[in-house]
Design a protein around this ligand. Structure first.
Ligand SMILES: CC(C)(COP(=O)(O)OP(=O)(O)OC[C@H]1O[C@@H](n2cnc3c(N)ncnc32)[C@H](O)[C@@H]1OP(=O)(O)O)[C@@H](O)C(=O)NCCC(=O)NCCS
Length: 183
């Protein structure tokens, strides 16, 4: 894995002023974020350990970006792995959804890929995550592969706490790979 951390911009200029009065800024993950990142991952995914394509990642150790509010409190997180010319989004989470945090994080990753000549940005999501499927496709990602039963396998072999019932009352079973080609 290439370490992109050194090449990351310290601070994105993108900010989001919401009706709620929050101001969200995106910056790269710093070592001092570790405790807050572990806490966020446990809140969102029950653990800092996440699975993707049969791999288990400790997402709290990965490079990426955080979205912070004006009090420097972390409101969102995206974590990445990079290999050759491709970058995987391992996790992406907004603590408050639908106010633009995910978009800021996603755009920061696309910008990072452009800066480093990474041409393939990909991720896997799950069959139940209709919100994420909408979010990614509206941002240009295409569905590349379907892995039937991949989540059943991960639950049985890698992460037993993955629930049987996912979002929207849909049984959580399969992985879907999406990709954005960056030119
Ligand atoms: C998927 C996820 C990361 C998207 O992040 P998000 O912050 O909710 O996304 P955004 O707010 O940027 O965009 C969602 C919608 O809100 C809209 N939006 C953006 N800014 C807004 C604002 N200030 N006020 C209201 N709506 C806004 C966007 O236009 C977007 O609509 P669109 O998809 O129709 O274009 C988030 O929903 C999430 O954390 N989900 C749970 C974890 C998860 O499933 N992660 C993905 C695993 S693969």
């Amino acid at each position: 894995m290439r370490d992109l951390a050194l090449g990351m911009p310290i601070m994105s200029q993108e900010t989001l002023a919401e009706e709620s009065g929050k101001e969200i800024t995106v910056r790269k993950i710093l070592p001092e974020d570790k405790r807050a990142i572990v806490s966020l991952l446990r809140t969102c995914w029950d653990s800092e350990l996440v699975t993707s394509r049969g791999n288990v990642y400790d997402a709290s150790t990965l490079p990426g970006f955080v979205a912070i509010d004006r009090n420097k409190s972390i409101q969102g997180l995206v974590t990445l792995t990079v290999s050759g010319g491709s970058c995987e989004i391992v996790t992406i989470d907004a603590l408050q959804q639908g106010i633009g945090i995910g978009s800021l994080l996603f755009d920061s990753v696309v910008q990072l890929c452009r800066e480093h000549g990474v041409t393939s940005l990909w991720l896997v999501t799950t069959n139940d995550n209709l919100n994420a499927l909408k979010f990614y496709q509206k941002r240009g990602m295409r569905m590349l592969e379907l892995y039937p039963g991949a989540i059943d396998f991960a639950r049985a072999n890698l992460k037993p706490q993955i629930p049987a019932l996912g979002q929207n009352g849909i049984p959580l079973r399969d992985e879907i790979k999406l990709e954005l080609t960056i030119i």
